[in-house]
Design a protein around this ligand. Structure first.
Ligand code: CP
Length: 347
């Protein structure tokens, strides 16, 4: 019923959603008003440009009415803990807030980033699961502590189109990049799992101390093997870029930020020159540059790369719209298969 992680979804449904996203991209009026009368609640605990705008427009395009909520800004702040009396600034518990919203809307989207303080809770997406458990309507993950399924589907559609459906064994480099902040791991995790599922030969290029979640690495290795690809790791970006077809840059924080943020920052600042340059791209096999955006110019990637012609970052952003229309349509189709009790007021 919910879409929190594509790993919970069968390959057949994943492939249908990619195909539907591509069809939506080819015909922007496709599915227009196919869900009129429905309502979509979009709860953003964190900032967004692409996800917020593309979800509002995707919902409207299907004929549904989107309502965007930023908790604590125009609505009550939400508390999460039930074990203590609510004596803090938050006036409403997530249990009632989500319960109430479920009575108004036909689907809830939620953006809820990592705490950055508790590795196990973040990697289990505990808060996202608590939100979903309180909902009686389907919940769509709009980026959580560990996953960004909307970005993953958009990127899968862009890659499928770019390689005319032949993504197997194409060389995909997921490159760590320096960033002044320790960013969460949702996009790198989802990107790795997405490229592995497309059967690509994926190399995660990163400095020591910036490994991804071992459980995600294992899932990606299994998925790549099942789909004809592979997953490797490297500490050497220039060497990894040699012969690459795609260079996907993303910054993320090291594990140490959960226990020792100042040590993590010190370690991260040692890699300030780890960014995608013209030199990186020159070593590739005419690779395209990808990034989910927002991106810091001159930090993650140089202007010459981003302003050149070998980039897919704006296609990725555009495909958020097409992908999310596919997701909403698919989720409501799934929900339609659930038998709902008929109203009967007779004694
Ligand atoms: N890529 C992405 O999710 O962008 P926003 O954070 O702007 O939504």
């Amino acid at each position: 019923m919910h879409l929190l992680d594509w790993n919970d979804v069968a390959d057949s449904d994943w492939n249908v959603c990619i195909e539907q996203a591509l069809l939506n991209g080819a015909d922007r009026r496709r599915l227009e008003n196919s869900h009129s009368g429905k309502n979509v609640g979009l709860v953003f605990f964190n900032d967004s440009l692409r996800t917020r705008v593309s979800m509002e427009l995707a919902s409207s395009s299907l004929g549904a009415t989107p309502v965007t909520i930023t908790p604590g800004s125009g609505t009550w702040g939400f508390a999460w803990d039930k074990s203590k009396p609510m004596l803090g600034p938050e006036a409403e518990h997530i249990q009632e807030a989500v319960g109430v919203l479920s009575r108004y809307v036909d689907l809830l989207g939620v953006r809820l980033f990592a705490s950055g303080t508790n590795w196990d809770n973040d990697m289990q997406d505990t808060m996202l699961k608590q939100f979903a458990a309180a909902s009686t309507v389907p919940v769509l993950n709009l980026e959580s502590a560990t996953r960004h399924p909307c970005q993953a589907l958009a990127d899968a559609a862009v890659l499928t189109r770019h390689f005319s459906g032949n993504t197997t064994r194409k060389k995909f480099v997921l490159s760590w990049a320096y960033h002044p902040k320790a960013l969460p791991m949702a996009v790198p995790h989802s990107t790795l799992l997405m490229a592995a599922r497309l059967g690509m030969d994926v190399t995660v290029a990163r400095p020591e101390g910036f490994e991804l979640d071992p459980d995600v690495m294992a899932k990606a290795r299994d998925s790549a093997a099942r789909n004809g690809g592979s997953v490797a790791e490297s500490y050497d970006l220039p060497k990894s870029a040699d012969g690459a077809h795609i260079v996907y840059a993303k910054a993320w924080g090291g594990h140490a930020r959960y226990t020792d943020p100042s040590a993590e920052a010190e370690e991260r600042h040692r890699h300030k020159d780890w960014r995608v340059t013209e030199g990186t791209m020159a070593a590739t096999d005419k690779a395209k540059f990808m990034h989910c955006l927002p991106v810091r110019r001159g930090v993650v990637v140089d202007n010459e790369v981003l302003d050149g012609t070998d980039t897919l970052h704006l296609d990725q952003a555009e495909f958020r719209l097409h992908a999310q229309k596919a997701i909403l349509n698919w989720m409501w189709d799934q929900a339609g298969q659930i038998q709902r009790p008929k109203l009967d007021f007779r004694p």
